[in-house]
Design a binder for this molecule. Sequence first.
Ligand code: ZN
Length: 265
Amino acid sequence: MKVYVSADIEGIAGVTHWDETEIGKVGYEAARRQLAAEVWAACEGAAEAGAREILVKDAHDTGRNLTPADLPPGTELHRGWGSHPLAMVEGLDPSFAGLILVGYHAPAGSAGSPLAHTLSPQLHALTINDHPAAELLLVAYSAAYVGVPLLFVSGDAETCAEAQRLNPHIVTTAVKRGVGGATVSLDAGRAVEGIRTGVAAALTGDPTRCRIPLPKKFSVEMTYRDHPRAYRASFYPGASLTEPRSVRFAASDFLDVLRFLLFAA
Ligand SMILES: [Zn+2]
């Protein structure tokens, strides 16, 4: 069995401030250590459930937060960005039995985390078919597009609730919740243990129960912080300016949505 693990940092236990998410800034090393511990736990849980090949995608910022030394034997690490439209799940294909997400976070405009955002801090809001789109939704639709079930999600409580909304069979482990500018997290040991046992449980049983139906049509609304970005994005083929800071893009093929985001987000 082959498993894909995609990891972000804003939904890792304890991570609260933007400085902690940025290489070289105060608190980053501690955040990186907890990221590594939670990813290790996900890999361990997958191996316990019978995974023999595990690909870990470092999907935060530069994509250079983890090193091979952070991962258990038998795993492979995808570092940096190849710039494929699948982005946070680059390289995901039908040969994988399941997708595992670690450290995912609430979307732009949400109060679910002080680190709530979608894709880039330049984006004020992103909706797909009028629903606020976190990276979770983009990745869930990407997995559905490729034909791989999304089996497990860890991160903040709002992200886990959104995963349950998409499909209640997805196993979730909420390691923290946002309260205004603060977060309340599980202790490191419980977070790691919850992820290990959660991933092991998620990979046991019929994976087809976790499939997410892909909409037939996608209407994407993107609002930027600054109007020049929207003006520029409005020249993407098929996109149009709806307000000074907002563009709309419609497609029936989800890969076209991902292509739009690759160039416009
Ligand atoms: Zn991130």
